[in-house]
Design a protein around this ligand. Structure first.
Ligand code: NOJ
Length: 741
C-alpha cells in the first residue's frame, strides 16, 4: 500500500512524470499463457529467450558467431537478426518449433531502415518532406516487404536527434528538430506496426538508440555524450516518447554513455524513465555487443560483471554479445541476479511473440509465394518515386533555370554518381539491390525527347586527387545547353562508423565545379549525400542546386521528375547546412546568449573568420513558384493554462504555376526561469496552392505546446509573453504575440 502510494506520488511530483497508457498490443489473455510457459521453462531456456545472434547473411557489426543453428536447437537462442527470405527464416524457425522441447518460435529482426527491397529515400531526406504521411507510407511498405521476407522486427525507427553533420548517422534520423523528430518518429512506428501487430504484414518497431547517441562529442561515432539532464529531457528524449506513445513495441539501447553511465547499463534511462515514468511494456534490446563494451567503457571489470549491470539496469535482450548466454545462468544460480528480473525480461519478449501471433502459427511470415508477390511491386516502386521527389530540396534556382525544357539539344551529364546504382540507396539498404535501381542518367534519358542528345562523362572525382575525366567533362559542357553535374558522397561515406571532419565536397569535386561553372553554361548541381555539407563555393557558383540525398530505388526517376518539371520540388532542409564545419553544431533553435551577435561590437558572440549564419537554414527550400505571406492574426491576446490560441495567416502563390508551400510556425518563450531557444517549431502544414491563389492557413496552439522543464526540473508552462513566427523557413518573419497568464 505504502509502495503504491509512493509510486503515485512519484508520478505526480517527479520531473519524469507522464501519462501511462496501455498499448494496443497488450493482451491480458497472453499474460496467462506467458505465466504458464514461464512456470515450465528452465533457466537456460529463459536465458535463450534473452539472447539474439546475427546470422552470417549480412554484416552489420564487428563480430560474427558461427553455429547459431546449433544454438537454436539447444533452445539457447530466441531471436536472430540479419537472416531473411521466407525460405531461410522458415528453415531456422523449423528447428525452433520442431526440435526444441517447448517449441517457442524465434523472432527475426533486421535493419529495415528505409525500405526492405524497394528502397526509399534515407530517413533524413524523408524528414525533409515535412510529410509524416509519406514517412508512414514508406514504413508500411517496408514492413510489408520485410514481413513477406520472413521478418518480424525492424531495428527502426532511428529517432536520434542530430545536430552535428560530422556524425555519419545523421542520415538515419529526422534531423535537428524536436517537433519534426516527434512527428516523424510516431509516423514511422505507425507505418511499421500498423493498427494490429497480429496482422502478418506488420513488424515490430525498435526505437533506437536510447538515448542521446546523436550528441556524440565532435560528431565522432560511438564517442562520449555529456549533456545536461535538461537537454536530455527537452531535446533528446521527446522523439523517443512520441514513438512510445505511438505504440512502439521495442527499444534499443545506445552505445554511448549518458552522464557517465553507458546507456546499456543505465538504470535511470532504462528503468526510471522508460518503464516507470513512461510505462513502457515492450522489451529492450542492446545495440550490437554493447554489453561487452561496458568493459572498455570502464564501468565493468569483465563481461560477467557487465551482464549483471545490464540486466539490473533493465536490458531484456543481449544483441550478439553472448554475455547473457555465457554468464546469466550462473549469476541467477548464485543469487547475484534475481530470477524475478529474468522472468520479467522473458515475459516482455514472449509478449511480443504472442502479439505477432507466432504461437498460433510460427510460419505465418514464411510464405515464399507471398514474398514473391509483395516484394518490389510496381506499386512500391511508384511510392518510392513519389516519396523520393517529395524528399528532394531545391536549394538554389538562379534565373529560373529549372525546370529544364525536355527539348534541349544537348545536355551534359557529369559525375560518377549520375550512373551509380549502389550509391543511390545510401547506407542501411537492407535487401536493396543495385540492379533494381534507376540511376539519374537513366531517369534523364527516359525524361527527355528523342531529339535531345545526352553526353555522359563519368568523372570519378569523389575519392583521390587526380583529374581523370575533367577534360572530357569540359568538352561536353562547352557543347551543351545545360550541364547536370552530380556531386556528393559515395554511399559508405555516411551511416554507421562514417564520421568525417571535413564536410565539404570530398575529393576534387570543388575543382570540377570551378572548371565547369567557368564555362558560363548553366550548371545544375544534383547532390547525393547523407549529411548536410558545407558547400559555400558550390552555393555561389552553381546555377541551380538540388539536394537529392540518397533517394533509393527510384532515384533517377524522382530527380528527373523535378529536373524537367513534371513535378515541382517541395522538400525543406531538415538539418541546418553550415557554411563551414567550424560552426558545427549549428541549429536554428539556439539560445540568444548574453551577448548576441552585433557585427559592430567585437565583444559579442561571433567568429573572426566566418559569419554565424547558416548556408541553408532549417525549413528552407524553394520550388518553381514563389509565395508571399500576409499578416498573421491571432484570436486571443492572452490565454490561461489548458486554453488554446488560433493563429491564421494568408499565403499567396505569387508565381506562374501551382506549388506546395510548407508553412511553418515557430514559438519563442521570451522570458523563462531558464534560458529558452530563440524559436522552436511547433506546427507546420504542407499546402498546395494554385498560381495567383491565396490560402488561409490556420494553426492551433495549446498551452501544452509551451511546456518544458523549468528551473526546478518540473515539466510545465510558465506565465509570460510568447512570440509566434510564421513563414516558409526557420527564418519566418511574420510575428504575433500572446501571453500565458
Ligand atoms: C549497430 C547499429 O548501431 C544499430 O543501429 C543496428 O540496429 C545494429 N548494429 C544491428 O545491425
Amino acid at each position: 500500500m505504502r509502495i503504491c502510494y509512493l509510486f503515485i506520488l512519484f508520478l505526480l511530483v517527479s520531473p519524469l512524470a507522464a501519462q501511462v497508457s496501455v498499448p494496443d498490443w497488450y493482451n491480458a489473455g497472453h499474460e496467462a499463457h506467458i505465466d504458464s510457459l514461464l512456470s515450465i521453462m528452465t533457466l537456460e531456456e529463459k536465458v535463450g529467450q534473452m539472447t539474439l545472434f546475427t546470422s552470417d547473411w549480412d554484416v552489420t557489426g564487428p563480430t560474427i558467431r558461427k553455429g547459431y543453428e546449433a544454438d537454436i536447437k539447444s533452445a539457447r537462442l530466441g531471436a536472430i537478426f540479419n537472416a531473411h527470405t521466407a525460405d531461410y527464416t522458415r528453415k531456422l524457425q523449423k528447428i525452433a518449433v520442431e526440435e526444441t522441447r517447448l517449441k517457442i518460435p524465434l523472432l527475426f529482426g533486421y535493419d529495415v531502415v528505409h525500405g526492405h527491397r524497394t528502397i526509399f529515400p534515407i530517413p533524413l531526406a524523408e524528414a525533409g518532406s515535412f510529410n509524416p504521411d509519406a514517412a508512414e507510407e514508406s514504413a508500411r511498405i517496408a514492413a510489408r516487404e520485410a514481413a513477406a521476407a520472413g521478418l518480424h522486427w525492424t531495428f527502426a525507427p532511428m529517432v536520434d536527434l542530430v545536430r552535428d553533420p560530422r556524425w555519419g548517422r545523421v542520415m538515419e534520423g529526422a534531423g535537428e528538430d524536436v517537433y519534426l523528430g516527434e512527428v516523424m518518429a510516431a509516423a514511422r512506428v505507425r507505418g511499421f506496426q500498423g493498427k494490429d501487430l497480429n496482422d502478418p504484414f506488420t513488424v515490430l518497431a525498435c526505437v533506437k538508440h536510447f538515448a542521446a547517441y546523436g550528441a556524440a562529442q565532435a560528431g565522432r561515432d560511438y564517442h562520449t555524450v555529456d549533456i545536461s539532464e535538461r537537454v536530455l529531457h527537452d531535446i533528446y528524449l521527446p522523439p523517443f516518447k512520441a514513438a512510445l506513445d505511438a505504440g512502439a513495441a521495442t527499444f534499443m539501447t545506445s552505445f554511448n554513455e549518458v552522464d557517465g553511465v553507458p546507456a546499456t547499463a543505465n538504470k535511470h534511462l532504462l528503468t526510471k524513465i522508460l518503464r516507470e515514468a513512461w510505462g513502457f511494456m515492450g522489451f529492450v534490446v542492446t545495440d550490437y555487443t554493447s554489453i561487452n563494451e561496458l568493459v572498455p567503457h570502464g564501468v565493468a571489470e569483465d563481461e560477467a560483471a557487465a551482464g549483471q549491470l545490464s540486466v539490473k539496469a533493465g536490458v531484456d535482450m543481449d544483441m550478439q554479445g553472448a554475455v547473457y548466454y555465457n554468464h546469466l545462468r550462473k549469476q541467477v544460480e548464485d543469487g547475484a541476479v534475481a530470477m524475478r528480473q529474468v522472468d520479467e525480461a522473458v515475459r516482455r519478449i514472449l509478449r511480443m511473440k504472442y502479439a505477432l501471433g507466432l504461437f498460433d502459427d510460427p510460419y505465418r511470415y514464411n510464405d515464399a509465394a507471398r514474398e514473391r508477390e509483395n516484394i518490389l511491386t510496381a506499386e512500391h516502386r511508384e511510392a518510392a518515386r513519389r516519396i523520393g521527389r517529395e524528399s528532394i530540396i531545391l536549394l538554389k534556382n538562379e534565373m529560373q533555370t529549372l525546370p529544364l525544357r525536355k527539348d534541349l539539344k544537348r545536355i551534359a551529364v557529369i559525375g560518377q554518381l549520375a550512373d551509380s546504382q549502389v550509391d543511390m540507396m545510401g547506407a542501411w539498404k537492407a535487401d536493396g539491390q543495385a540492379k533494381d535501381v534507376i540511376t539519374l542518367l537513366t531517369g534523364i534519358r527516359e525524361a527527355v525527347g528523342k531529339s535531345t542528345r545526352i553526353d555522359y562523362v563519368n568523372v570519378p572525382a569523389i575519392k583521390g586527387s587526380d583529374r581523370t575525366g575533367f577534360d572530357d567533362a569540359l568538352k561536353a559542357a562547352r557543347a551543351a545547353d545545360a550541364v547536370i553535374l552530380t556531386l556528393g558522397e559515395t554511399w559508405e561515406m555516411s551511416g554507421e562508423a562514417a564520421s568525417r571532419t571535413d564536410i565539404g565536397l570530398p575529393g576534387v569535386q570543388d575543382l570540377l565545379v570551378a572548371e565547369l561553372t567557368a564555362t558560363g553554361k548553366p550548371v545544375i548541381a544534383v547532390l547525393f549525400n547523407g549529411r548536410p555539407l558545407a558547400i559555400p563555393e558550390l552555393a555561389e557558383k552553381a546555377t541551380a542546386i538540388l539536394e537529392a540525398w540518397y533517394p533509393g530505388t527510384e532515384a533517377g526517376h524522382a530527380v528527373a521528375d523535378l529536373l524537367f518539371g513534371d513535378h515541382a520540388p517541395s522538400a525543406r532542409v531538415p538539418m541546418t547546412f553550415p557554411r563551414s564545419v567550424g560552426q558545427v553544431p549549428l541549429f536554428y533553435a539556439a539560445k540568444n546568449t548574453g551577448r548576441p551577435l552585433n557585427p559592430n561590437d567585437k565583444y559579442t558572440s561571433k567568429y573572426l573568420d566566418e559569419s554565424n549564419e547558416a548556408l541553408y537554414p532549417f525549413g528552407f527550400g524553394l520550388t518553381y513558384t514563389t509565395f508571399s505571406y500576409g499578416n498573421p492574426t491571432i484570436d486571443k491576446k492572452s490565454i490561461t493554462a489548458n486554453d488554446r490560441v488560433t493563429i491564421s495567416i494568408p499565403v499567396t502563390n505569387t508565381g506562374q504555376r501551382a506549388g506546395t508551400e510548407i508553412v511553418q510556425l515557430y514559438v519563442q518563450d521570451v522570458v523563462g526561469s531558464v534560458t529558452r531557444p530563440l524559436r522552436e517549431l511547433k506546427a507546420f502544414e504542407r499546402v498546395l496552392i494554385d498560381a495567383g491563389q491565396t490560402q488561409v492557413v490556420t494553426f492551433t496552439l495549446t498551452s501544452d505546446d509551451l511546456a518544458f522543464h523549468r528551473q526546478d526540473m518540473t515539466y510545465g508552462t510558465e506565465a509570460g509573453t510568447y512570440r509566434v513566427f510564421v513563414g516558409g523557413s526557420s527564418q519566418a518573419d511574420r510575428v504575433v504575440e500572446f501571453s500565458l497568464k
